[in-house]
Design a protein around this ligand. Structure first.
Ligand code: DQA
Length: 150
């Protein structure tokens, strides 16, 4: 079975983007870390990043089908700024039914600008990890596995 790790807009810039907020770890490092975590937990990991909202929606739709087919455990997603803007992403996650989605943010969005305090994704998420830096991806994957194993 697989876990899908999705990253939204600007997360391809990790490592050099606002290091005070997001640290020095690159997206390639994060994805390698997720693959290692998957191996440890007994799951294959697919990683996908896009700056395009529609590409992420397509991935969520595909994930919904894979979940129904029994080949996907769930999704870990850092939606980037789409968190705060995308009703379409909210609808996509709701629209694919029971697909478990864990939302992760590297920074503590609640300690930042007020426009980052609201998330359209959270009401559709099975769990949320916020403010643990890139370690949050590991915590989100562990949380997903533990939650679904009961
Ligand atoms: C982020 C927080 C968002 O507010 C921001 O737009 C991002 C990254 C985070 O991981 O902390 O792109 O999702």
């Amino acid at each position: 079975k697989k876990i899908l790790v999705l990253n939204g807009p600007n997360l391809n810039l990790l490592g050099t983007r606002e290091p005070a907020q997001y640290g020095h770890t690159t997206l390639a490092d994060v994805e390698a870390m997720c693959k290692e975590t998957g191996e440890r937990l007994g799951y294959e990991v697919e990683c996908f990043q896009s700056n395009w909202e529609g590409a992420l929606l397509d991935k969520v739709h595909e994930a919904g089908q894979a979940f129904r087919d029994g080949t996907l455990l769930g999704v870990v997603i850092n939606p980037g700024a789409l968190t705060h803007t995308s009703i379409a992403l909210h609808d996509a996650i709701k629209g694919v039914g029971d697909l478990p989605v864990i939302e992760i943010h590297i920074s503590n969005v609640h300690a930042r600008e007020s426009f980052r305090h609201h998330s359209y994704v959270s009401p559709a998420a099975a769990g949320i990890v916020v403010g643990f830096g890139v370690t949050g991806y590991i915590l989100a994957m562990e949380g997903l596995v533990r939650k679904l194993q009961g």
